[in-house]
Unconditional design. Structure first.
Length: 120
């Protein structure tokens, strides 16, 4: 089952996997309500098995109100090598075959039928 919710409406609930869109991207580096440490805590504590964050890290890292908070968080992720400049994929049949997708059209080319370009 797939549930779409906002961070505020998700308090007290959890899911196996959470995919969060950090949609803020602007020249003022304004992140709105995500400048609250409590909201970051809610975001991070809802996933049991996996959390995927998609967004413009530059905006969050340079936020005037909470840049310090997001810098600390992204630093921790970076040290553990959990930050990518795209969407990482790997072939289930050939686990050593990996790629990082940066453009929307790359999935069909890099991972046809959910695999890779190597012969099965």
């Amino acid at each position: 089952m797939c549930v779409i919710n906002s961070t505020d409406n998700y308090q007290g609930e959890e899911s196996k996997i959470v995919i969060a869109s950090l949609t803020r991207s602007n020249p003022d580096n304004s992140i709105g309500f995500m400048s609250s440490p409590e909201r970051l805590n809610v975001l991070l504590s809802r996933a049991r098995d996996g959390l995927v964050l998609i967004g413009n890290s530059h905006t969050f890292l340079n936020s005037k109100k909470a840049g310090w908070l997001w810098q600390k968080f992204f630093s921790m992720l970076g040290k553990s090598q959990y930050v990518y400049d795209g969407f990482p994929i790997k072939c289930e049949k050939h686990p050593s075959k990996t790629a990082t997708l940066t453009q929307s059209g790359e999935f069909d080319y890099q991972s046809p039928d959910g695999g890779c370009t190597e012969p099965w």
